[in-house]
Design a protein. Structure first.
Length: 290
């Protein structure tokens, strides 16, 4: 004998659903009384409140071990890297002399980049330091003692300073300036008390031939010891990174040239094959002329 299931009408289903949401006979909302819902809400309130308190406490304890001014662990970065400006995608500096748009963006980046180096700003914010020695500034027992910075004036960049320069850092004439800076490392005594400088070469023999002649500013690509050590962003508020400007005079046109610049310093290794930017930077330079 086949037993047929009773088919509920749409109205019955709606009534059952309404009774589940609110049962007027038992005064239950979705199967629970008000007291039951209150206990559940109280449980989750206490549970998540406890988790939040534990998380907040552990974060607070951890932050007590971290200094706002000096990184706790500094042993992973022993060698500063180099970087160029204008910074471009894939570090390719491509200039089409006859096409203003191809190099105007580089000029705009350099104008903004060099603005803090204006002599008037440097004279207002930073000190005239004694060359050839580190500018050490002990705390003198004062917590978070602020540090002064040495002046690096824009005029030190010579033909690459961009001051009153109708050639736009040489980009409009096919003799572009590329600026090299060393990344900041807190409490790093670059050079190990010896003079240091930046040198640039073509990576391969054909690159060396196509690179042609270039000049550096300051002379010989030197970086003075007085700009070190760096004490950190919060200590050294007005710190100005020293720069080396390279002006390429006669790069072979319409040819891609691979250039590598290194810093020569007693305590900076530049031969680590695992880190291509340790103490050096490589970029491509191409001057297109029609």
């Amino acid at each position: 004998m086949v037993i047929q299931k009773e088919t509920k009408s749409c109205g019955q289903v709606v009534e059952e659903w309404k009774e589940f949401v609110w049962n007027p006979r038992t005064h239950q909302f979705m199967g629970r009384t008000g007291t039951s819902w209150a206990f559940i809400l109280l449980f989750y309130l206490v549970f998540y409140g406890f988790l939040t308190a534990m998380f907040t406490l552990t974060m607070w304890v951890m932050l007590q071990t971290v200094s706002d001014h000096t990184p706790k662990y500094q042993d992973r970065l022993t060698t500063p890297g180099l970087m160029i400006c204008p910074k471009t995608e894939n570090l390719d500096v491509i200039v089409n002399v006859s096409d203003t748009e191809s190099w105007d963006q580089h000029v705009q980046k350099l104008n903004k980049f060099l603005e803090p180096y204006n002599d008037s700003i440097q004279a207002q914010k930073n000190d005239v330091c004694r060359p050839g020695r580190y500018y050490e500034q002990p705390d003198n027992g004062v917590l978070n003692y602020p540090k002064r910075a040495c002046q690096f004036n824009r005029t030190q960049l010579g033909d690459c300073s961009g001051i009153g320069d109708p050639t736009h850092y040489g980009y409009s004439t096919g003799q572009p300036c590329v600026f090299i800076k060393m990344n900041r490392v807190i409490n790093f005594y670059a050079g190990a008390n010896q003079s240091m400088n930046v040198t640039c070469v073509g990576k391969r023999d054909e690159d060396a031939e196509n690179l042609g002649h270039f000049v550096m500013f300051p002379a010989n690509g030197s970086i003075d010891l007085m700009y070190f050590p760096y004490y950190g962003k919060k200590f050294h508020v007005n710190y100005t990174q020293p720069l080396v400007a390279v002006k390429f005079l006669n790069v072979t046109p319409n040819v891609e040239v691979n250039v590598e610049c290194r810093i020569n310093a007693a305590n900076i290794a530049t031969d680590d094959e695992r880190d291509k930017f340790a103490g050096r930077v490589a970029f491509k330079l191409r001057i297109n002329k029609t």
